[in-house]
Design a binder for this molecule. Sequence first.
Ligand code: KG4
Ligand code: ZN
Length: 333
Amino acid sequence: MKILAIESSCDETSAAVIEDGCRQLSNVVASQIKSHKRFGGVVPEIASRHHVEFITLVIEEALQRAQCTLKEIDAVAVTEGPGLVGALLIGVSAAKAIAYAAGLPLIPVNHIAGHIYAANLNDTLEFPLLALVVSGGHTELVYMKESGSYEIIGETRDDAVGEAYDKIGRVIGVPYPGGKHIDEMAHHGKDRYNFPRAMIKEDHYDFSFSGLKSAFINKVHNAQQRDEVLDSNDLAASFQAAAVDVLIDKTIRAAKEYPVKQVVLAGGVAANSALRNELAKAVEHELPNVRLIVPPLSLTGDNAAMIGAAAYIAYTRGERAELDLNAKPGLSL
Ligand code: KG4
Ligand code: ZN
């Protein structure tokens, strides 16, 4: 079964053709990062304009690379939310137009479910599992008793971890999005500033990253006022150590409490080298019967292949949308 999948929830315009939920026949991603860089973050209006400009080209290229025409496609899938409303609407409108014109079923997909099912493209998910979803907009621990069932057992109470990375990146002077740059700098520095590990000892699985972000910003501002020079690499290493410690501590504790077979790392921040390495060590030492699944770097950020993978599961469960499908910016799992 071939699904044409479309993703446009934030700043990547993407289309993919996925076979049987696990084989990528194509995955075309047009990134807009260059256009948003000079503003230090995603500008929703600019994102929508880019999506309008590129969506048709990206879909045509995805079909071409997969060497198929719409006649060989069995269903159209699209991210319905969460995300930027204007950005989502472009993908939703394109998907509806194709579904109508080609007489294909339309499958609505939750963006977060997409991030989790990205792991199915290179591996096989086994349930029950625990997913740590970390991105620019989300930080969630999701317990999945079976395929297609989602229970959020913990989430951030303020900033998403990727958002905190990007905000401190701006303070330290690296280009948007800062996560990747901070990750690289952290390798050359030491964890010497002892930033707070918020709620690490508390008896729940929620996160908070705004205190860490403020501690970082205060440290930099206080030093500037005293004309002190702080080592940027040490600042990056200290921030990264604090963020990663909390994510791993809570993930391991949750995986001990819930009867899981796998822990799945998902979302843009799953590209973080410290998170990948330290989580692998922690799972190996503390959860001998649990397998860690980490997607390849190409599937950590936003892309339509992951939407196609999640759509296949939704399709087998009978989930369909009608042509009145709308964008749902605040959609939860
Ligand atoms: O999943 P994603 O592409 O978009 C959202 O759905 O939000 O995630 C983007 C986020 C950005 O905040 C970016 O800074 C972060 O992922 N990111 C990283 C790394 N690579 C990307 N954060 C930390 N370390 C990285 N290596
Ligand atoms: Zn995302």
